[in-house]
Each structure stands twice: as C-alpha cells, then as structure tokens.
Design a protein around this ligand. Structure first.
Ligand SMILES: Nc1ncnc2c1ncn2[C@@H]1O[C@H](COP(=O)(O)OP(=O)(O)O)[C@@H](O)[C@H]1O
Ligand SMILES: [Mg+2]
Length: 237
C-alpha cells in the first residue's frame, strides 16, 4: 500500500548548513507517528520542510504517492494535510470565527468538522467567537489552531507541540480528541513532550538528534534509558 506520508532522504535548512540531513520517514494510511527530540533537533524544521516553508530542501516528500516538492503551503489543505503549527500562527486581526473558517478549502478529502463541532469540543472558544485573534490567551489560541486544522477535513494532521501550555484538563481533552481522530482513520504526526500520552497514542516513534533519525521503532521498544538519553525525559510509561 502507498504510504500516506513518505519522506525519502530529506535534507533541508535555512542557510548553507543543513538542519535536516537525509531524514526518511514513512506513515501508513491512518497511522500515528511521534516525532520526538530535544529542543533544536529539527522537529519543526521537518514540519516546515513538508509545508514548503524552508528556504531549501532536497530529497522527496510524498503524500499519498504525490510529490509535494513544489507545492506552496496553501495547496496542502485541499490535499488533506493540516498542520497545527508551533507558535499557533493565529491571524491577530481576524476574529476567532474568521480564523476558523476563512481559510478552509472548499473541497476536502477527509472528514470535515463544522464550526459547531469545534465549538462543542471547545466551549471556551465558542464564548470568544467574536473576539479578535490578538486578544486570545495562549490556551485559546491553541484551541483555535486545532479547530482551524479540523475544519479543513484532514486525512493527515500534523501537530507541533499542540498541547504545550494548556491546562491539564484541556490537555486531556486534546489527547482524547487525537485518539478519536485516529480511530476515525486520520493519520497523525505528533510532536510533543508528554511521552506517557505519546505511548498511548502513537505506535511508531522517530527520535531526531541534530536533524537525523537517531532512533526509530515501535513505541513499545523505546526503553527508559534510551528515552532519557535522547530526550532527557523519564521514559517510564
Ligand atoms: N528560521 C530559522 N533560521 C535559521 N535557523 C533556524 C530557523 N529555525 C530553526 N533554526 C535552527 O534549526 C535547528 C532546528 O530547529 P527546530 O526545527 O525549530 O527544532 P525543534 O523543533 O526540534 O526544537 C536549530 O538549530 C535552530 O536554531
Ligand atoms: Mg519545534
């Protein structure tokens, strides 16, 4: 079967020196993979390379067998790729409602969420529907970034530290949401620091060290000593 997402020897960077070197990844349809690593190891650069947002890259990135090399970022959503980016990237002058719907593509490939479904998931956000993006708290911005990805109807959802800075009850709701999406067949690439939640959600793990895959395999094989060494995290479930 054609993988949903395939990176084949991808190198990418911002200046002359590469940040990513020869990174290969493969995610089957409906699969869930964690992309882990300490700060500065290249996780966000991987997401940016995929979204055509690094100044240069080599190698191949295919979505559902289609080369993404020359697609600008706005062409990803119609294909079924949604990103919850690091730093949220909420449009400050648009309202919450406008942020949610203004850029949703007309046609989508995956199950598409309505704004009402997003409000039901995040009632806190519904209460702020007419507030400007600039006036949202960090947690509200995070909910909006997730909602904005859901309304595009993704087949592949990429989350770059989407639970960072959220209060624990909200964090738990997001992990529950991801489990539901996965059960519904949405492919997931999850960047997060909560190894316990990653262990529950993602069967496959890739750990980046200085822009290369230093460890990859089934999450069950990721022992505490390796997690501690490569992530600086206690690896116990
Ligand atoms: N816009 C940029 N310009 C130059 N270097 C960058 C830029 N963004 C990230 N880097 C560098 O690339 C490396 C990887 O960063 P990043 O992909 O953000 O790591 P992570 O997401 O794993 O924390 C770091 O050394 C970082 O300093
Ligand atoms: Mg990052």
């Amino acid at each position: 079967m054609t993988p949903l997402l395939e990176l084949d020897r991808v190198s990418a960077g911002y200046g002359a020196a590469p940040v990513l070197t020869d990174l290969s990844l493969s995610l089957p349809a409906g699969g869930a993979m964690a992309l882990l690593g300490r700060n500065g190891m290249g996780k966000t650069t991987t997401v940016r390379a995929l979204a055509g947002q690094t100044p240069w890259r080599t190698g191949s990135i295919r979505f559902d067998g289609r080369e993404l090399a020359d697609l600008p970022p706005h062409r990803l959503a119609p294909l079924g790729i949604a990103v919850v980016p690091e730093g949220r990237r909420i449009f400050p002058t648009l309202t919450v409602r406008e942020n949610l719907t203004a850029f949703a593509p007309r046609r989508t490939k995956g199950p598409r969420w309505t704004p009402e479904q997003v409000w039901a998931l995040f009632p806190e956000l519904a209460a702020r529907a007419d507030a400007a993006g600039a006036h949202l708290s960090g947690g509200e911005q995070q909910m909006l970034a997730i909602g904005r990805a859901l309304v595009t109807g993704p087949r592949l959802l990429i989350l770059d530290e989407a639970t960072e800075g959220l209060a624990p009850p909200l964090r738990a709701r997001v992990w529950e949401l991801l489990a539901d999406l996965r059960a519904g067949g949405v492919g997931l690439v999850v960047i997060d620091t909560s190894l316990a939640e990653i262990r529950r959600l993602c069967p496959e793990v890739t750990i980046l060290v200085r822009g290369a895959a230093a460890w990859r395999g089934p999450v069950a094989d990721l022992d505490a000593a390796t997690a501690e060494r490569l992530l600086g995290l206690p690896g116990r479930p």
